[in-house]
Design a protein around this ligand. Structure first.
Ligand SMILES: Cc1ncc(C[n+]2csc(CCOP(=O)(O)OP(=O)(O)O)c2C)c(N)n1
Ligand SMILES: [Mg+2]
Length: 645
């Protein structure tokens, strides 16, 4: 272990002395604890038991001297976190982990850097957004039962999104150490139980060595595909007391797992099916983690000259690649062999489902079409929460990490493609390239509809933003529900230009996850941009204070349709189904009377605010002002009053 060099500052000792705590050693050693024990009746038992003084000496914890205590278990915990290269600790502060908090600030010299959040939901969502950009996890700490319950929904989003987040929760395991009141309400026998059904692993370490091994193990489990959040309970005494056995402590070595590659015979079989297909098609969702992952998917598509439909759970495939057919879902119906890589919802992609009148579905594939899957989705599931989706019949099911398995699959395909296939492949590729161009042209045409309308169309909002950022090193880290214009119109090609969505559909993700992603982008000097719904914004508006306080630059566009519009639509469909009027559909679904002024909220938290913008002509100058602020290293919010499309 590294040495605990830093003594607590002199001011702490002075404070304790002036508070009359000098000599506390004597005061905390109770002289006759045995007196409070019930009298022992049996003479035999009395003889076998130690005398009262012995019990007092042995049963009491060592008499710590808070004045001269120069290190704590929290120091060692800080060293463990730093050994993992964790950059930030996102927190809402609390006494149940005050030992670790103080150790990070003093012993660790604020490393990992503490990021102050005003709600645990914000902190975990920030961690989720950060991990998807930076490719590694940060740490989150929360307060016992109450903090963890607030963190839970964001942990659920991270679970459904298969994103590693390392969550710590304070707990006071020894009942006799708890202060009465709050510390009892905030402690639990098994605190991890609160989130166990949607965490990949959890533990409650009982010693510092146990903490070290479990934290490194937790990090490893979280970052091994299929990734997911993990939880470690932090015993308060373990953090706050001196290190009893410093010489025997050891920080385990972390070595990232090499993700599993699919079976080579199975990949060769998949290659054969794809090469021989008339109309092969690739579906993907959460494939690429790195630039190499994108390049390898491009290589496979180029090799097969087949279409790619990207569900965009990650930045998988360039939006302007001629084989990108993401907005031509009809292709699913034409495919004879489908390769589905790291799909979150395969059934939902190869079936059409409608619930606007009654809940009904039908296959979107043609009869006899073969489906090959490649991914780690099924390697780790839980029972209670149903995010695994509906059963889908599969013809060749390969367990293996998508990104790790792509090169072998492509190699196998290249070996099988002879000159005889070339002409047919080229013709197929050219047809798809033409269809891709038509798809983009169609999007451009669609985007002009209502161009000058007020409220502003979402297409115009997105186009105006793109016009001003396209020559920058941009990174789009959030879109409002159903806002597909960026993917329809923009040129996405770099790994960090997109990082997917919430995973679990828990509203309140977008604003904090975008700021977390912006935190990751900050040191790379990228221009972070996000769009988010007004409904989403109101779950966690306090995120803006964190962005201002920690100077996290982000251009945040509020897609302000003054409604929970998705729910408005559902309600309207219900009324139509029941043959009733739709004139009351505003009740419970809108955010009007009064209208919410997002720019004023932003300014109230120290963030530059523009809007509400209702005239499209005002959008360009407002965006220019906001982008100038973001480029100077600060966050900015632009409130765009939009039509709901
Ligand atoms: C935590 C949570 N609460 C409620 C919902 C139900 N819900 C789904 S979409 C939505 C509306 C979100 O509003 P907004 O972000 O403005 O998007 P809009 O539908 O207006 O485009 C709601 C409330 C949910 N998914 N998650
Ligand atoms: Mg809305």
């Amino acid at each position: 272990m590294s040495k605990h060099r830093h003594s607590p500052p002199a001011s702490r000792r002075d404070f304790l002395k002036s508070a009359g705590l000098v000599g506390a050693t004597a005061a905390v050693t109770p002289p006759v604890v045995a007196n409070s024990m019930p009298p022992i009746q049996s003479e035999k038992l009395k003889a076998a038991l130690p005398g009262p003084r012995q019990i007092a000496a042995e049963a009491m914890p060592p008499a710590y001297d808070p004045v001269n205590q120069t290190s704590s278990g929290g120091d060692f915990m800080t060293d463990v976190l730093n050994s993992l290269g964790i950059e930030y600790m996102v927190i809402n502060c609390a006494s149940s982990y005050r030992g670790l908090h103080e150790a990070i600030v003093n012993h660790g010299n604020n490393k990992p850097e503490i990021i102050t959040c005003v709600h645990e939901d914000i902190a975990v969502h920030m961690a989720q957004g950060y991990a998807k950009i930076e490719g590694k996890s940060l740490a989150m700490a929360c307060h016992g039962t109450v903090g963890l319950q607030h963190a839970a929904m964001a942990m659920y989003n991270a679970w459904c999104d298969r994103v590693p987040v390392l969550v710590f929760g304070g707990n006071i395991m020894e009942a006799d150490k708890r202060a009465s009141g709050g510390e009892w309400a905030h402690s639990a026998v098994d605190i991890g139980e609160i989130v166990r059904e949607f965490t990949k692993w959890d533990d409650q370490p009982a010693s510092l060595q146990h903490f070290a091994e479990s934290t490194v193990r937790a990090y490893k489990i979280a970052t091994t595909p299929p990734m997911g959040p993990v939880f470690i309970a932090l015993d308060a005494e373990l953090q706050e007391n001196p290190i009893p056995d410093a010489e025997s402590l050891r920080i385990p070595k972390f070595e990232p797992v090499i993700p599993p590659q699919g079976d080579s015979a199975a990949l060769a079989e998949a290659a054969k099916m794809l090469v021989e297909a008339r109309n092969p098609l690739i579906l993907c969702d959460r494939v690429a983690r790195t630039a190499a992952g994108i390049a390898n998917l491009v290589d496979l598509a180029n090799t097969l000259q087949c279409g790619v439909i990207d569900n965009a759970g990650r930045m998988n495939f360039p939006s302007r690649h001629p084989l990108n057919q993401s907005f031509r879902r009809a292709l699913i119906d034409q495919a004879d062999v489908i390769l589905a890589i790291e799909m979150n919802d395969l059934w939902g992609t190869v079936n059409s489902f409608s619930d606007r009148i009654v809940r009904q579905s039908r296959p979107a594939t043609k009869p006899g079409a073969k489906i090959i899957t490649l991914g780690v989705r099924d390697l780790y599931l839980k029972s209670n929460y149903q995010d695994f989706g509906r059963w889908q019949d599969i013809d060749l099911d390969i367990a293996g990490d998508g990104e790790a398995s792509l090169p072998a699959l492509t190699e196998a395909a290249k070996h099988l493609i002879d000159e005889g296939r070339k002409a047919a492949y080229d013709a197929r590729g050219q047809k798809l390239a033409a269809a891709h161009l038509a798809m983009v042209e169609q999007a451009k045409t669609d985007a002009t509809i209502g161009w000058d309308a007020s409220p502003i169309t979402t297409a115009r909002m997105c186009a105006e933003v793109y016009d001003q950022i396209k020559d920058e090193d941009w990174s789009v880290v959030g879109t409002a529900i159903g806002l597909s214009w960026p993917h329809r119109l923009w040129d996405f090609k770099k790994r960090y230009q997109w990082n997917g969505v919430s995973g679990g559909g828990g509203v309140g993700y977008n604003l904090p996850a975008s700021v977390g992603a912006a935190l990751a982008n900050k040191k790379h000097s990228r221009l972070t941009v996000a769009f988010g719904g007004d409904g989403d914004f109101m779950f966690n508006p306090g995120t803006l204070w964190t962005a201002a306080h920690h100077k996290i630059p982000i251009l945040y566009i509020v897609h302000n349709n003054r409604a929970y519009h998705q729910e408005y639509m559902y309600l309207t469909a219900m009324a139509a189904r029941h043959s009733r009027g739709v004139d009351r559909m505003d009740i419970g679904t809108t955010l009007k009377e009064p209208n919410i002024d997002y720019a004023t909220i932003a300014r109230g938290m120290g963030v530059h605010g523009e809007g509400p913008i209702t005239d499209p002509k005002d959008l360009r100058p407002a965006l220019a002002r906001a982008i100038a602020v973001v480029k100077s290293g600060e966050p900015a919010v632009v409130d765009v009053v939009t039509d709901p499309r």
